[in-house]
Design a protein around this ligand. Structure first.
Ligand SMILES: C[S@@+](CC[C@H](N)C(=O)[O-])C[C@H]1O[C@@H](n2cnc3c(N)ncnc32)[C@H](O)[C@@H]1O
Length: 298
């Protein structure tokens, strides 16, 4: 993809002040940024770990790591291409037993969304791929070819919370009999034709939004990744170590909330999810749906 991407990250980090406040990085500590992305959070965390500390940064998208790298060269940062479900193995490979803090800022970056070749956006025409790591798993177009009508409907309902899921699944199956659905445009048009755009829905979000979210979650096993991270975090942090997770929709926020509620392991340091203030949202609309939860490992 490299060619289509900007030379420096376009992504604007969300809740930057709050991340530092709740993770409280100190000189000499070791931190993990589980989702380096454009490197904004990695940079501000790593700056506070010197002298003596270091940051291990993971991303499942190698292209994002390459984009972030120049921004981090002067800091004690080690970048590793891996999904965060492998965090324990990554720390073992680095000879690290436990760390002082972990940040995970879930989902995708603006740079990935803007890259038409990724097929993440229905506003741009591109192949229906959606993999954040194109070397792993199958593209969304393969999923649309392979799943039966019922499984498609379930996927769209569960991960997209789309109430017209059955109608959309039926239309997918009818359409693919004639020709495979291989582009973002073809899928977005198909979905828009299934959903009445009248009355209250006229001003609602684009009808394709939920179906694209559902496919992205499925293709990247996003909820499985998050579940694994939440399970392994206690084995990666020192007692007293801090974790902060930023999520962008309720399917992600719910498991984080439930995990941090376990008082035998965690002391939550955010009572309610922390959200961006009006000023941040007006500068960066993406911040509107961000929710940060943080906890200390007992
Ligand atoms: C919202 S962006 C992070 C932005 C970053 N905090 C910054 O300040 O620029 C999310 C990043 O996480 C990566 N990502 C998503 N799921 C992942 C996973 N399971 N493991 C590792 N990286 C993941 C994406 O490739 C993307 O680069």
């Amino acid at each position: 993809m490299g060619h289509a991407m900007n030379p420096s990250p376009r992504h604007v980090s969300v809740l930057s002040v709050e991340v530092l406040e709740f993770l409280a990085p100190q000189p000499g500590q070791v931190f993990v940024d589980a989702t380096v992305g454009g490197g904004g959070h990695s940079r501000s965390l790593a700056e506070r770990l010197i002298p003596g500390g270091r940051l291990i940064g993971l991303d499942r998208d190698e292209a994002m790591l390459e984009l972030a790298r120049p921004r981090l060269v002067d800091l004690p940062v080690t970048l590793v291409h891996a999904p965060f479900s492998r965090l324990r193995q990554v720390l073992d490979e680095q000879g690290i037993e436990a760390v002082d803090g972990v940040l995970a800022d879930l989902g995708f970056c603006s740079d990935q969304m803007d890259d038409a070749a990724r097929g993440l956006s229905f506003q741009q025409s591109g192949p229906l791929d959606m993999r954040l790591d194109p070397s792993v798993g199958e593209p969304a177009s393969a999923l649309l070819r392979r799943l039966n009508e019922r499984d498609l409907a379930d996927l769209i309902y569960r991960y997209g919370e789309e109430r017209f899921s059955r109608r959309i699944a039926r239309r997918i199956v009818e359409t693919r009999r004639l020709a495979p659905i291989e582009t973002t445009e073809a899928l977005a048009d198909l979905v828009r034709r299934c959903i009445p755009r009248s009355g209250a829905r006229r001003h609602a979000i684009d009808p394709a939004t939920r179906v694209f979210q559902a496919l992205r979650i499925a293709v990247n096993d996003e909820l499985g990744e998050l579940e694994t991270l939440l399970n392994i975090l206690p084995n990666c942090l020192k007692p007293g170590g801090r974790a902060a997770i930023i999520s962008f929709h309720s399917l992600e926020d719910r498991p984080v909330k439930i995990a941090f509620r376990d008082r035998s392991r965690w002391e939550a340091i955010t009572r309610k999810p922390v959200q961006a203030g009006a000023e941040e949202v007006s500068d960066n609309p993406r911040a509107r749906s961000a929710k940060l939860r943080a906890a200390v490992l007992l």
